[in-house]
Ligand binder design. Sequence first.
Ligand code: GTP
Ligand code: ZN
Length: 330
Amino acid sequence: MTLARRLDDFDEDDVRVRPGRRGTRPRTRRRPAHEEAVTGLVLGVDRGRYRCLVGDTRVTAMRARELGRKSVVVGDRVSVVGDISGEPDALARIVRVGPRSSALRRTADDTDPFERIIVANADQLVIVTALADPEPRPRMIDRCLVASYDAGMDPLLCLTKADLSPPDDLVAAYAPLGVPYVVTSRDGPIDELRGRLSGRMSVLVGHSGVGKSTLVNALVPEALRAVSHVNPVTGRGRHTSSSAIALELPDGGWIIDTPGVRSFGLAHVAPSSLLGAFPDLAEGAAECPRACTHLQADCALDAWVAAGHADEARLDSLRRLLESREGESE
Ligand SMILES: Nc1nc2c(ncn2[C@@H]2O[C@H](COP(=O)(O)OP(=O)(O)OP(=O)(O)O)[C@@H](O)[C@H]2O)c(=O)[nH]1
Ligand SMILES: [Zn+2]
């Protein structure tokens, strides 16, 4: 466990306040109403400090003790009290976390055995894949698709480096899933991508070298400094931070860059939740044995497809995604 990780995990809640002498306090503390609280959007998290956008002001906040063990992540809508001046030393407090419309989990790893939510409330997952250099990794794409369906986010394939290799094969492979895609190339236009991102909150994921930073720089010109020098959210160099960061798009909307996030936690994803992304198959699954994995021999979906109710390629895709949940992440 690295020091950075430990500092990350250390927050207000770890400071246990000793209870007063018996009888001096009511057993149940009354939660303050915080009527003066204002709403903020969490843009970045760094060592127990939360960068929040409150109105037009960027405010640094810490967790209030009353949050208990509830996590606060990038994309969360939070209630903030205290010093929201945005002055360099000002520190506000997050007293409430709003309900989440979506939650993206990263995978458990050696340093942390728990799958943790890394981004909340995003509505689109942009899977950045190079068409060459590095070669596309279909398994990685499949896992990202599962993560997006499970998180309640729309997937978007962003195929980069089309100047090196044509997109046709990859596009054909994902056609049965109906996943929307955009194609980019060196110094080519990114208007289509811009259009897809406009007004939405999108998370960008991709392996090292696929051109994610290049895209982020093109989309958010101010981020250029962020990548090569200092991160505007954390104030530190990019390499020292592996947490997600929200960047505002000039035309409205947000992109959330996830440096260091290589894969997603999929162990909790039930077949039924994935089936939700396949409405044409979901009805046929009513005939399946109880707790069907849809990978087993007596799965009713084969008959459903044989009867012409759905396309075989769709069932193949569903099964490929179900299988991609298994095993190690890449
Ligand atoms: N030919 C070609 N090269 C590209 C394209 N986009 C990015 N590159 C190059 O690919 C390399 C990697 O790009 P980055 O933007 O740093 O990739 P990244 O995904 O952010 O990688 P990390 O920073 O390691 O996470 C750089 O040399 C880019 O110049 C493209 O569309 N075509
Ligand atoms: Zn089944």
